[in-house]
Design a protein around this ligand. Structure first.
Ligand SMILES: [Zn+2]
Length: 208
Protein backbone atom coordinates (compact mmCIF):
# COMPACT_ATOMS: atom_id res chain seq x y z
CA UNK A 1 0.00 0.00 0.00
CA UNK A 2 1.46 3.39 -0.99
CA UNK A 3 2.42 5.60 1.94
CA UNK A 4 2.55 9.34 2.39
CA UNK A 5 5.87 11.05 2.79
CA UNK A 6 7.40 10.06 6.13
CA UNK A 7 6.55 13.09 8.32
CA UNK A 8 2.89 12.85 7.31
CA UNK A 9 2.79 9.09 7.72
CA UNK A 10 4.35 9.39 11.18
CA UNK A 11 1.57 11.71 12.30
CA UNK A 12 -1.10 9.45 10.79
CA UNK A 13 0.41 6.41 12.50
CA UNK A 14 0.64 8.34 15.77
CA UNK A 15 -3.00 9.39 15.77
CA UNK A 16 -4.37 6.09 14.51
CA UNK A 17 -2.66 4.33 17.42
CA UNK A 18 -4.84 6.36 19.83
CA UNK A 19 -8.07 4.93 21.23
CA UNK A 20 -11.15 5.71 19.14
CA UNK A 21 -9.28 7.13 16.14
CA UNK A 22 -9.32 5.06 12.96
CA UNK A 23 -6.91 5.47 10.07
CA UNK A 24 -9.36 7.68 8.11
CA UNK A 25 -9.72 10.14 10.99
CA UNK A 26 -5.98 10.05 11.60
CA UNK A 27 -5.44 11.01 7.99
CA UNK A 28 -7.94 13.88 8.26
CA UNK A 29 -6.23 15.16 11.42
CA UNK A 30 -2.80 14.99 9.81
CA UNK A 31 -3.94 17.05 6.83
CA UNK A 32 -5.77 19.46 9.07
CA UNK A 33 -2.55 20.01 11.06
CA UNK A 34 -0.62 20.51 7.84
CA UNK A 35 -2.99 23.33 6.88
CA UNK A 36 -2.96 25.02 10.29
CA UNK A 37 -0.69 28.01 10.93
CA UNK A 38 2.55 26.72 12.50
CA UNK A 39 1.82 28.45 15.80
CA UNK A 40 -1.48 26.71 16.26
CA UNK A 41 -0.18 23.29 15.34
CA UNK A 42 2.77 23.71 17.69
CA UNK A 43 0.39 24.54 20.56
CA UNK A 44 -0.78 20.94 20.41
CA UNK A 45 2.80 19.67 20.28
CA UNK A 46 3.65 21.79 23.34
CA UNK A 47 0.54 20.62 25.18
CA UNK A 48 1.59 16.98 24.71
CA UNK A 49 5.13 17.85 25.76
CA UNK A 50 3.86 19.50 28.96
CA UNK A 51 1.50 16.61 29.63
CA UNK A 52 4.41 14.20 29.60
CA UNK A 53 6.97 16.34 31.40
CA UNK A 54 4.87 18.24 33.94
CA UNK A 55 2.09 15.90 35.02
CA UNK A 56 2.77 13.30 37.66
CA UNK A 57 1.01 11.77 40.66
CA UNK A 58 0.65 13.43 44.05
CA UNK A 59 3.17 11.98 46.48
CA UNK A 60 0.46 11.51 49.11
CA UNK A 61 -2.80 10.56 47.39
CA UNK A 62 -1.74 9.70 43.80
CA UNK A 63 -4.16 12.21 42.31
CA UNK A 64 -2.76 13.98 39.25
CA UNK A 65 -0.42 16.82 40.14
CA UNK A 66 1.82 19.25 38.32
CA UNK A 67 5.57 19.12 38.91
CA UNK A 68 7.05 22.33 40.18
CA UNK A 69 10.43 23.53 38.95
CA UNK A 70 12.36 21.77 41.69
CA UNK A 71 9.67 19.40 42.89
CA UNK A 72 9.68 15.98 41.22
CA UNK A 73 7.08 14.54 43.60
CA UNK A 74 4.64 17.37 44.28
CA UNK A 75 1.42 17.52 46.27
CA UNK A 76 -1.84 17.82 44.34
CA UNK A 77 -4.04 20.92 44.80
CA UNK A 78 -6.30 19.04 47.21
CA UNK A 79 -3.59 17.72 49.54
CA UNK A 80 -2.02 21.16 49.40
CA UNK A 81 -5.26 22.88 50.49
CA UNK A 82 -5.04 23.60 54.21
CA UNK A 83 -8.82 24.21 54.47
CA UNK A 84 -9.49 20.52 53.81
CA UNK A 85 -10.43 18.18 56.63
CA UNK A 86 -7.40 15.88 56.82
CA UNK A 87 -9.14 13.35 59.06
CA UNK A 88 -11.50 12.19 56.30
CA UNK A 89 -10.22 10.35 53.25
CA UNK A 90 -12.31 9.08 50.34
CA UNK A 91 -10.76 6.17 48.44
CA UNK A 92 -11.44 6.14 44.71
CA UNK A 93 -10.15 4.10 41.80
CA UNK A 94 -9.08 6.82 39.37
CA UNK A 95 -8.47 10.59 39.20
CA UNK A 96 -11.62 10.81 37.04
CA UNK A 97 -13.70 9.53 39.98
CA UNK A 98 -12.13 12.12 42.25
CA UNK A 99 -13.08 14.86 39.78
CA UNK A 100 -16.67 13.60 39.62
CA UNK A 101 -16.97 13.71 43.43
CA UNK A 102 -15.23 17.09 43.60
CA UNK A 103 -17.76 18.51 41.14
CA UNK A 104 -20.48 18.06 43.77
CA UNK A 105 -18.63 20.48 46.06
CA UNK A 106 -19.80 18.38 49.01
CA UNK A 107 -16.63 16.60 50.01
CA UNK A 108 -14.25 18.61 52.10
CA UNK A 109 -11.94 15.78 53.07
CA UNK A 110 -8.95 14.40 51.22
CA UNK A 111 -8.78 11.50 48.76
CA UNK A 112 -6.73 8.44 48.07
CA UNK A 113 -6.53 7.36 44.44
CA UNK A 114 -5.82 3.65 44.00
CA UNK A 115 -4.94 3.96 40.30
CA UNK A 116 -6.91 0.82 39.59
CA UNK A 117 -8.97 -1.89 41.27
CA UNK A 118 -8.34 -5.45 42.26
CA UNK A 119 -9.30 -7.47 39.19
CA UNK A 120 -8.01 -11.04 39.34
CA UNK A 121 -9.31 -11.83 35.84
CA UNK A 122 -7.15 -9.03 34.42
CA UNK A 123 -4.20 -10.07 36.56
CA UNK A 124 -4.41 -6.93 38.75
CA UNK A 125 -3.93 -7.59 42.45
CA UNK A 126 -3.54 -5.39 45.53
CA UNK A 127 0.20 -5.00 44.91
CA UNK A 128 -0.56 -3.07 41.72
CA UNK A 129 -2.56 -0.40 43.54
CA UNK A 130 -1.37 2.46 45.75
CA UNK A 131 -2.33 0.56 48.91
CA UNK A 132 1.13 0.79 50.41
CA UNK A 133 0.82 4.60 50.34
CA UNK A 134 -2.63 4.31 51.89
CA UNK A 135 -1.21 2.18 54.69
CA UNK A 136 1.47 4.78 55.31
CA UNK A 137 -1.25 7.40 55.67
CA UNK A 138 -3.25 5.18 58.01
CA UNK A 139 -0.19 4.42 60.08
CA UNK A 140 0.50 8.16 60.45
CA UNK A 141 -2.72 8.22 62.49
CA UNK A 142 -4.31 11.33 61.01
CA UNK A 143 -7.23 9.53 59.36
CA UNK A 144 -10.41 9.11 61.42
CA UNK A 145 -12.82 8.11 58.64
CA UNK A 146 -12.13 6.29 55.43
CA UNK A 147 -14.93 6.45 52.84
CA UNK A 148 -14.83 3.67 50.27
CA UNK A 149 -15.70 5.17 46.91
CA UNK A 150 -14.81 2.34 44.57
CA UNK A 151 -17.22 1.64 41.74
CA UNK A 152 -20.24 -0.50 42.64
CA UNK A 153 -19.35 -3.51 40.51
CA UNK A 154 -17.62 -6.83 41.10
CA UNK A 155 -14.04 -5.56 41.00
CA UNK A 156 -14.87 -2.36 42.89
CA UNK A 157 -16.58 -4.39 45.59
CA UNK A 158 -13.71 -6.83 46.01
CA UNK A 159 -11.31 -3.90 46.24
CA UNK A 160 -13.52 -2.39 48.92
CA UNK A 161 -13.62 -5.65 50.84
CA UNK A 162 -9.86 -5.95 50.73
CA UNK A 163 -9.47 -2.46 52.23
CA UNK A 164 -12.16 -3.11 54.86
CA UNK A 165 -10.30 -6.22 55.92
CA UNK A 166 -7.01 -4.31 56.06
CA UNK A 167 -8.56 -1.67 58.32
CA UNK A 168 -10.29 -4.24 60.51
CA UNK A 169 -7.08 -6.12 61.19
CA UNK A 170 -4.51 -3.32 61.31
CA UNK A 171 -6.26 0.01 61.98
CA UNK A 172 -9.37 -0.84 64.01
CA UNK A 173 -9.82 2.72 65.32
CA UNK A 174 -10.50 4.07 61.82
CA UNK A 175 -14.19 4.34 60.94
CA UNK A 176 -15.02 2.85 57.54
CA UNK A 177 -18.00 4.00 55.47
CA UNK A 178 -18.94 3.57 51.87
CA UNK A 179 -20.75 5.79 49.40
CA UNK A 180 -24.50 5.15 49.58
CA UNK A 181 -26.00 2.71 47.16
CA UNK A 182 -28.02 5.41 45.39
CA UNK A 183 -25.23 4.55 43.01
CA UNK A 184 -26.92 1.63 41.28
CA UNK A 185 -24.84 -1.49 41.00
CA UNK A 186 -22.84 -1.35 37.80
CA UNK A 187 -22.78 2.48 37.73
CA UNK A 188 -19.45 4.12 37.07
CA UNK A 189 -18.76 7.03 39.38
CA UNK A 190 -17.18 9.12 36.63
CA UNK A 191 -20.47 9.04 34.66
CA UNK A 192 -22.91 9.42 37.55
CA UNK A 193 -24.80 12.71 37.67
CA UNK A 194 -24.38 15.31 40.38
CA UNK A 195 -27.53 14.54 42.39
CA UNK A 196 -26.74 10.84 42.52
CA UNK A 197 -23.23 11.64 43.76
CA UNK A 198 -24.63 14.09 46.32
CA UNK A 199 -26.88 11.38 47.73
CA UNK A 200 -23.99 8.94 47.69
CA UNK A 201 -21.78 11.25 49.76
CA UNK A 202 -24.48 12.47 52.17
CA UNK A 203 -25.98 9.03 52.72
CA UNK A 204 -22.73 7.14 53.14
CA UNK A 205 -23.12 4.09 55.31
CA UNK A 206 -20.99 2.89 58.13
CA UNK A 207 -19.61 -0.56 57.49
CA UNK A 208 -18.96 -1.41 61.09
ZN1 LIG B 1 -2.86 14.59 46.77
Amino acid sequence: MPQYTRPIQNVIDGFSSLPGIGSRSAERIAFHLLKLPTDEAMKLARAIDELKTRVTHCRVCSNLAEKGHDEQRPLCDICDDTRRDRSMVCVVEQPKDLLALESTGLWNGLYHVLLGRIAPLDGIDHEDLTLRDLEERLAAGEIAELVLGTNPNLDGDSTSLYIQELIRTSYPSVKVTRLARGLASGTQIEYANRSVLEDAIKGRQTLR
